[in-house]
Ligand binder design. Structure first.
Ligand code: SAH
Ligand code: SF4
Length: 366
């Protein structure tokens, strides 16, 4: 049976057309499924009873199973969501005074092996479907709606104001499904988020960045983490394929269509690895022709990572060098640490198909 959560509005209209139904049904369905969070065809009152019965026979609106929901002391929430019997992914909601941000996963694991990332350590199983990606928003909405005492969200109301594609996986490595899911996020009949409030974070897959700028130019964050190729080759290995010069040029091309007039460079602060004064100066030089802001992320440790978090005074000096060079710099607050919901700690459950974990465990045992 077809899961209607896999379709954006034009695809749903096509599906209805094939059933001999009017395309405007797609708009109604999108509103019920996504805006109101109603998944039972019976409750879709502006759809004729005969059509509701037909829909129930031929289609389903099915969310994946929530295996665990945890709430941190600071209000951060994490959902462990079953992708299939062997695999689970994680989704995190971060409440702040002026916004509510949902951090969404795009893959089960990640194939890219950044050395400081817990998801990368776990290996890779598969891409998430459109339904599995957008369901994370639907599941979080459902839970937050219930918490706020609503059965159905009033028209126009929104609890989640921002989405960041910064959970498990490299979103641009699951390009088609991620773009379709983001189109649903932006659809006024679904979640109605503006392009400025949806941020995709990439480790720097240059050709896909060029494609994204044409297909769905949302706000862009780039995981830089090193100011020179020699270091970035080691900690963000995709750099060997798309080195810094190419990455900087791709950022500039993206800015032609970006909803904000800057790219955010994420930079995880690893003690003694990438956090010296020299690194800060190299960084200023590297980005000199790109309109950008910086987001420094204190490294969040996980077992056997082999890395430490930069010392507070080193982080301060590093930040000040960037600020003195005229850049806006934010230092990411670590949220939800008590429930392992912080950046880079998302682990879920990954049945590794790459055999990477087995190899590492064997090496560690020597
Ligand atoms: N794959 C994408 C998006 C997911 S990771 C990317 O790499 O951009 C989201 C951010 O968390 C990235 O900047 C990533 O490098 C960072 N991150 C990964 N592991 C981390 C850790 N242990 N501590 C802090 N940040 C981490
Ligand atoms: Fe994958 Fe991003 Fe982790 Fe690198 S940092 S391994 S690209 S999830």
């Amino acid at each position: 049976m077809v899961n209607l959560l896999n379709f954006n509005q034009p695809q749903l209209a096509q599906w209805f057309a094939k059933q001999g139904e009017k395309p405007f049904r797609a708009k109604q369905l999108m509103r019920w499924m996504h805006h109101f969070g109603v998944h039972d065809f019976e409750r879709m009152t502006d759809i004729a009873k005969v059509l509701r019965e037909k829909l129930a026979m031929e289609a389903e609106i099915t969310l994946p199973h929530v295996q665990l929901e945890q709430v941190s002391n600071d209000g951060t929430r994490k959902w462990l969501i079953g992708a299939d019997t062997a695999n689970s992914i994680e989704t995190v909601f971060i409440p702040e005074d002026d916004r509510g941000t949902l951090c969404i996963s795009s893959q089960v694991g990640c194939a890219l092996e950044c050395t400081f990332c817990s998801t990368g350590r776990q290996g890779f199983n598969r891409n998430l479907s459109v339904a599995e990606i957008i369901s994370q928003l639907a599941i979080a909405n459902r839970s937050l709606r219930q918490e706020a005492g609503y059965d159905m969200l009033p028209a126009g109301e929104r609890i989640i104001s921002n989405v960041v594609m910064m959970g498990m996986g490299e979103p641009l490595a699951n390009y088609d499904n991620v773009v379709t899911a983001m189109q649903i996020m932006l659809d006024d009949n679904a979640y109605g988020l503006s392009r400025r409030r949806v941020t995709l974070s990439t480790s720097g897959m240059v050709p896909a960045m060029d494609k994204l700028k044409e297909d769905c130019p949302v706000a862009l964050a780039v995981s830089l983490h090193a100011p020179n190729d020699a270091l970035r080759d080691v900690i963000v290995p995709i750099n060997k394929k798309y080195p810094l010069k190419e990455l900087m040029a791709a950022c500039n091309r993206y800015l032609e269509k970006a909803p904000r007039d800057f790219v955010t460079f994420e930079y995880v602060m690893l003690d003694g690895v990438n956090d010296t004064v020299e690194h800060a100066h190299q960084l200023v030089d590297l980005v000199k022709n790109v309109s950008c802001k910086f987001n420094l992320i204190p490294f969040n440790p996980f077992p056997n990572s082999g890395y430490g978090t930069s010392k507070a005074n080193h982080m301060r000096v590093f930040r000040d060098i960037l600020m003195q060079a005229g850049y806006v710099v934010t230092v990411r607050k670590t949220r939800g640490e008590d429930i392992d919901a912080a950046c880079g700690q998302l682990a879920g459950k990954v049945l590794d198909k790459t055999k990477r974990t087995a190899t590492r465990i064997a090496i560690e045992a020597i």
